[in-house]
Design a protein around this ligand. Sequence first.
Ligand code: G
Ligand code: G
Ligand code: MN
Ligand code: NA
Length: 254
Amino acid sequence: LRLESDLRHAVEDHEFRLFYQPIVRLRDGTIAGFEALMRWFHPQRGLIPPSDFVHLAEETGLILKMGRWALAEGTRQLAEWQGRFSPDLFMSVNVSGRQLMEDDLVAAVTETLAAHRITPGTLKLEITESLLLDDPGRCLGIMEALKSKGVKLSLDDFGTGFSSLSYLHRYPIGTLKIDRSFVRAAGESDRRSAIARIITLLAQALDLEVIAEGIEKESEAEFLRGLHCQYGQGYHFAPPLPKEAVEDMMDGRR
Ligand code: G
Ligand code: G
Ligand code: MN
Ligand code: NA
């Protein structure tokens, strides 16, 4: 397969870039941090979105190398922006199942943190619920080790995975990200807004941070603000942006 052999060389050839989507405080709209999202600029095909290569990268194991690069680059960028804009900014990097279970993820994180001076607790890793099912004992050990390094963990797409909530107190999770399917038209459809409300309440009751994903309209932001949901992310605030556009935004130039 052509795409696979191309993917093999893409890291060395510097074809990946990270885009950064702002995560805002819903209270006042200020930027609290970013989610780093990988983009592949293929020399012939142009921009290839993660939906077209993350699955292949997982299957072939190439995700490990790509993920290590994303972790290092996201952390490097965070250190730079903390120095330039605010030491409180955080960065959330996606970690796939395979990458979490990789033997040296903890070592890679330790190395990355040693290489770039960031404010403790400002690097977050995003994992999905389903990932916790594979090997719960091993997973817990890795998550505890990451926590001891000062890395925070977020549960991505919360509410779409399996139904047991027991892992919320068993695993060291700091943040819930409400899946965008529950945010869509929250405040307009009673049934969806009920789920967004209950996830926000759950997070508050467990003293977890909560981020509503995929906010596209002011009415959605308004509804979540009313629930005292802390953070929001979505096209209503900003799409994933190249670093230059983030810097313009932070400088107040747009
Ligand atoms: O913009 P969006 O199309 O960026 O991203 C789609 C999905 O691709 C995300 O939900 C995420 O699951 C995955 N993704 C994006 N960047 C990364 C990354 O750096 N590592 C991993 N494992 N997945 C990513
Ligand atoms: O990792 P995760 O699946 O949460 O990645 C976020 C994905 O959601 C990325 O593909 C990003 O481009 C996308 N996204 C971000 N904001 C919005 C939004 O407001 N609406 C929709 N539909 N997608 C969004
Ligand atoms: Mn994510
Ligand atoms: Na998500």
